[in-house]
Design a protein around this ligand. Structure first.
Ligand code: SF4
Length: 229
Protein backbone atom coordinates (compact mmCIF):
# COMPACT_ATOMS: atom_id res chain seq x y z
CA UNK A 1 0.00 0.00 0.00
CA UNK A 2 1.20 3.47 -0.87
CA UNK A 3 1.63 5.97 1.97
CA UNK A 4 -0.99 8.54 2.80
CA UNK A 5 -0.11 11.85 1.10
CA UNK A 6 -1.08 15.04 2.92
CA UNK A 7 -1.27 18.34 1.05
CA UNK A 8 -2.06 21.86 2.19
CA UNK A 9 -1.96 25.04 0.18
CA UNK A 10 -2.09 28.75 0.97
CA UNK A 11 -5.46 30.17 -0.05
CA UNK A 12 -5.50 31.73 -3.49
CA UNK A 13 -7.10 35.17 -3.76
CA UNK A 14 -10.87 34.96 -3.92
CA UNK A 15 -12.57 36.67 -6.84
CA UNK A 16 -15.34 38.58 -5.12
CA UNK A 17 -17.12 39.54 -8.38
CA UNK A 18 -18.26 36.03 -9.35
CA UNK A 19 -18.96 35.23 -5.69
CA UNK A 20 -21.20 38.31 -5.40
CA UNK A 21 -22.99 37.34 -8.61
CA UNK A 22 -23.69 33.85 -7.27
CA UNK A 23 -24.98 35.34 -4.01
CA UNK A 24 -27.01 38.07 -5.76
CA UNK A 25 -25.07 40.83 -4.00
CA UNK A 26 -25.07 44.09 -5.97
CA UNK A 27 -21.63 45.61 -6.65
CA UNK A 28 -21.18 48.95 -4.93
CA UNK A 29 -23.80 48.20 -2.27
CA UNK A 30 -23.13 48.04 1.48
CA UNK A 31 -23.64 44.28 1.31
CA UNK A 32 -20.95 44.07 -1.35
CA UNK A 33 -18.50 45.86 0.93
CA UNK A 34 -19.36 43.44 3.76
CA UNK A 35 -18.77 40.52 1.39
CA UNK A 36 -15.36 41.94 0.41
CA UNK A 37 -14.45 42.25 4.09
CA UNK A 38 -15.55 38.69 4.85
CA UNK A 39 -13.68 37.30 1.84
CA UNK A 40 -10.50 39.08 2.96
CA UNK A 41 -10.86 37.78 6.52
CA UNK A 42 -11.40 34.23 5.31
CA UNK A 43 -8.57 34.36 2.82
CA UNK A 44 -6.11 35.52 5.47
CA UNK A 45 -6.60 32.34 7.50
CA UNK A 46 -7.81 29.70 5.03
CA UNK A 47 -5.59 26.68 4.32
CA UNK A 48 -7.32 24.30 1.87
CA UNK A 49 -6.14 20.73 2.32
CA UNK A 50 -6.35 17.24 0.88
CA UNK A 51 -5.09 13.77 1.56
CA UNK A 52 -4.97 10.80 -0.74
CA UNK A 53 -3.63 7.29 -1.02
CA UNK A 54 -2.85 5.28 -4.11
CA UNK A 55 -4.23 1.77 -3.63
CA UNK A 56 -4.30 -1.39 -5.70
CA UNK A 57 -7.18 -3.68 -6.60
CA UNK A 58 -6.74 -7.15 -5.07
CA UNK A 59 -9.96 -8.83 -6.07
CA UNK A 60 -13.31 -8.30 -7.83
CA UNK A 61 -16.75 -9.86 -7.44
CA UNK A 62 -19.96 -9.12 -9.33
CA UNK A 63 -20.80 -6.19 -7.11
CA UNK A 64 -17.70 -5.37 -5.11
CA UNK A 65 -13.99 -4.74 -5.37
CA UNK A 66 -11.31 -5.35 -2.77
CA UNK A 67 -8.73 -2.57 -2.66
CA UNK A 68 -5.63 -3.10 -0.52
CA UNK A 69 -7.70 -5.44 1.65
CA UNK A 70 -10.68 -3.06 1.98
CA UNK A 71 -13.98 -4.02 0.35
CA UNK A 72 -16.10 -1.48 -1.53
CA UNK A 73 -19.62 -2.72 -2.28
CA UNK A 74 -20.93 -1.22 -5.50
CA UNK A 75 -21.81 -2.80 -8.82
CA UNK A 76 -21.22 0.49 -10.63
CA UNK A 77 -17.79 1.04 -9.08
CA UNK A 78 -16.86 -2.56 -9.84
CA UNK A 79 -17.77 -2.16 -13.53
CA UNK A 80 -16.11 1.25 -13.77
CA UNK A 81 -12.89 -0.28 -12.45
CA UNK A 82 -12.96 -3.12 -14.98
CA UNK A 83 -9.83 -1.94 -16.77
CA UNK A 84 -8.06 -0.36 -13.79
CA UNK A 85 -5.60 -1.97 -11.44
CA UNK A 86 -5.38 0.97 -9.04
CA UNK A 87 -7.29 3.94 -7.69
CA UNK A 88 -6.76 7.06 -5.61
CA UNK A 89 -8.78 7.27 -2.39
CA UNK A 90 -9.05 10.96 -1.53
CA UNK A 91 -10.55 13.65 0.67
CA UNK A 92 -10.33 17.39 0.00
CA UNK A 93 -11.54 20.14 2.30
CA UNK A 94 -11.88 23.89 2.67
CA UNK A 95 -9.92 23.39 5.91
CA UNK A 96 -10.71 23.58 9.61
CA UNK A 97 -9.40 27.14 9.90
CA UNK A 98 -11.98 28.78 7.65
CA UNK A 99 -14.67 26.44 9.00
CA UNK A 100 -14.00 27.63 12.57
CA UNK A 101 -14.03 31.26 11.36
CA UNK A 102 -17.45 30.69 9.74
CA UNK A 103 -18.82 29.12 12.92
CA UNK A 104 -17.88 32.30 14.79
CA UNK A 105 -20.09 34.55 12.61
CA UNK A 106 -23.33 35.72 14.25
CA UNK A 107 -25.19 37.29 11.33
CA UNK A 108 -27.32 34.72 9.48
CA UNK A 109 -26.71 36.33 6.07
CA UNK A 110 -22.97 36.37 6.69
CA UNK A 111 -23.12 32.71 7.71
CA UNK A 112 -24.78 31.98 4.36
CA UNK A 113 -22.11 33.90 2.47
CA UNK A 114 -19.41 32.13 4.50
CA UNK A 115 -20.66 28.78 3.16
CA UNK A 116 -20.10 30.07 -0.38
CA UNK A 117 -16.65 31.33 0.60
CA UNK A 118 -15.80 27.92 2.11
CA UNK A 119 -17.03 26.31 -1.10
CA UNK A 120 -14.53 28.40 -3.06
CA UNK A 121 -11.67 27.14 -0.89
CA UNK A 122 -12.90 23.56 -1.29
CA UNK A 123 -12.80 24.07 -5.07
CA UNK A 124 -9.21 25.32 -4.76
CA UNK A 125 -8.28 22.19 -2.79
CA UNK A 126 -9.92 19.87 -5.34
CA UNK A 127 -8.22 21.55 -8.29
CA UNK A 128 -4.81 21.57 -6.59
CA UNK A 129 -5.21 17.90 -5.67
CA UNK A 130 -6.05 17.01 -9.28
CA UNK A 131 -3.03 18.90 -10.58
CA UNK A 132 -0.71 17.30 -8.02
CA UNK A 133 -1.86 13.77 -8.90
CA UNK A 134 -1.55 14.49 -12.63
CA UNK A 135 1.96 15.85 -12.11
CA UNK A 136 3.21 13.02 -9.91
CA UNK A 137 1.51 10.06 -11.62
CA UNK A 138 1.17 11.35 -15.17
CA UNK A 139 -2.59 10.84 -15.10
CA UNK A 140 -4.44 11.47 -18.32
CA UNK A 141 -8.05 10.46 -18.45
CA UNK A 142 -9.76 9.82 -15.11
CA UNK A 143 -13.20 9.65 -13.55
CA UNK A 144 -14.35 9.87 -9.96
CA UNK A 145 -17.04 8.36 -7.75
CA UNK A 146 -18.14 9.44 -4.28
CA UNK A 147 -19.89 7.37 -1.62
CA UNK A 148 -23.46 8.63 -1.27
CA UNK A 149 -23.85 10.04 -4.77
CA UNK A 150 -25.77 6.99 -5.99
CA UNK A 151 -27.95 4.42 -4.19
CA UNK A 152 -25.62 1.74 -5.54
CA UNK A 153 -22.71 3.20 -3.53
CA UNK A 154 -24.38 4.57 -0.41
CA UNK A 155 -23.03 7.03 2.12
CA UNK A 156 -22.20 4.17 4.54
CA UNK A 157 -19.35 3.34 2.18
CA UNK A 158 -17.54 6.34 3.61
CA UNK A 159 -16.43 3.93 6.32
CA UNK A 160 -14.23 1.70 4.12
CA UNK A 161 -13.04 4.76 2.21
CA UNK A 162 -11.79 6.39 5.41
CA UNK A 163 -10.40 3.04 6.55
CA UNK A 164 -8.34 2.87 3.37
CA UNK A 165 -7.12 6.44 3.82
CA UNK A 166 -5.98 5.99 7.42
CA UNK A 167 -6.07 8.83 9.95
CA UNK A 168 -7.87 11.52 7.93
CA UNK A 169 -8.69 13.65 10.96
CA UNK A 170 -5.09 13.64 12.12
CA UNK A 171 -3.90 14.46 8.60
CA UNK A 172 -6.26 17.22 7.48
CA UNK A 173 -8.83 17.64 10.28
CA UNK A 174 -11.79 16.03 8.48
CA UNK A 175 -14.00 14.02 10.86
CA UNK A 176 -16.64 11.47 9.94
CA UNK A 177 -19.82 11.55 12.04
CA UNK A 178 -21.85 8.48 13.01
CA UNK A 179 -24.19 9.37 10.12
CA UNK A 180 -21.16 9.36 7.77
CA UNK A 181 -21.21 13.12 7.15
CA UNK A 182 -17.94 14.99 7.06
CA UNK A 183 -16.88 17.95 9.15
CA UNK A 184 -15.94 20.54 7.88
CA UNK A 185 -19.10 20.26 5.80
CA UNK A 186 -17.31 21.70 2.78
CA UNK A 187 -15.29 18.55 2.24
CA UNK A 188 -15.52 15.94 -0.49
CA UNK A 189 -14.44 12.33 -0.52
CA UNK A 190 -14.23 9.66 -3.16
CA UNK A 191 -12.09 7.62 -5.47
CA UNK A 192 -10.39 8.68 -8.69
CA UNK A 193 -9.41 6.11 -11.29
CA UNK A 194 -7.91 5.96 -14.76
CA UNK A 195 -10.41 5.01 -17.41
CA UNK A 196 -11.01 5.16 -21.13
CA UNK A 197 -14.76 5.37 -20.55
CA UNK A 198 -15.70 8.65 -18.91
CA UNK A 199 -18.10 8.35 -16.01
CA UNK A 200 -20.13 11.04 -14.22
CA UNK A 201 -22.49 9.85 -11.47
CA UNK A 202 -25.14 12.35 -12.63
CA UNK A 203 -25.69 10.20 -15.75
CA UNK A 204 -27.24 7.54 -13.47
CA UNK A 205 -29.03 9.93 -11.11
CA UNK A 206 -32.71 10.62 -11.86
CA UNK A 207 -33.01 13.62 -9.50
CA UNK A 208 -35.01 16.20 -11.42
CA UNK A 209 -33.83 19.45 -9.87
CA UNK A 210 -30.18 19.64 -8.89
CA UNK A 211 -28.00 22.74 -9.20
CA UNK A 212 -24.90 20.51 -9.16
CA UNK A 213 -25.85 18.36 -12.16
CA UNK A 214 -22.87 17.91 -14.51
CA UNK A 215 -24.39 15.54 -17.02
CA UNK A 216 -27.90 14.64 -18.23
CA UNK A 217 -29.62 11.56 -16.79
CA UNK A 218 -29.37 8.61 -19.17
CA UNK A 219 -32.21 6.26 -18.23
CA UNK A 220 -30.82 3.43 -20.41
CA UNK A 221 -27.25 3.57 -19.16
CA UNK A 222 -27.62 1.22 -16.19
CA UNK A 223 -29.18 -1.53 -18.31
CA UNK A 224 -26.64 -0.99 -21.06
CA UNK A 225 -23.49 -0.99 -18.99
CA UNK A 226 -24.07 -2.17 -15.44
CA UNK A 227 -26.81 -4.82 -15.37
CA UNK A 228 -25.45 -8.24 -14.42
CA UNK A 229 -25.77 -11.29 -16.63
S1 SF4 B 1 -27.56 15.09 -10.35
FE1 SF4 B 1 -27.05 16.14 -8.44
S2 SF4 B 1 -27.57 14.66 -6.81
FE2 SF4 B 1 -27.47 13.52 -8.74
S3 SF4 B 1 -25.34 12.73 -8.81
FE3 SF4 B 1 -25.37 14.68 -9.97
S4 SF4 B 1 -24.81 16.23 -8.44
FE4 SF4 B 1 -25.38 14.38 -7.29
Amino acid sequence: MDDQHVLTWPAEPLEVGPLAERLHVIPGSGDYQDLVTLAREAQALAAPKACYRLAYIDDRGDDHVVVDGVTFSSRILRVNLEDSHRLFAEVATCGVEVDAWAHGLQDILWQFWAEAIKESFLRQARNALRKEQERVYGLRRTSTMAPGSLADWPIQQQRPLFQLLGDVEGAIGVRLSSSMLMSPNKSVSGVRFETETDFVSCSLCPREVCPGRRQAYDRELYARRYREG
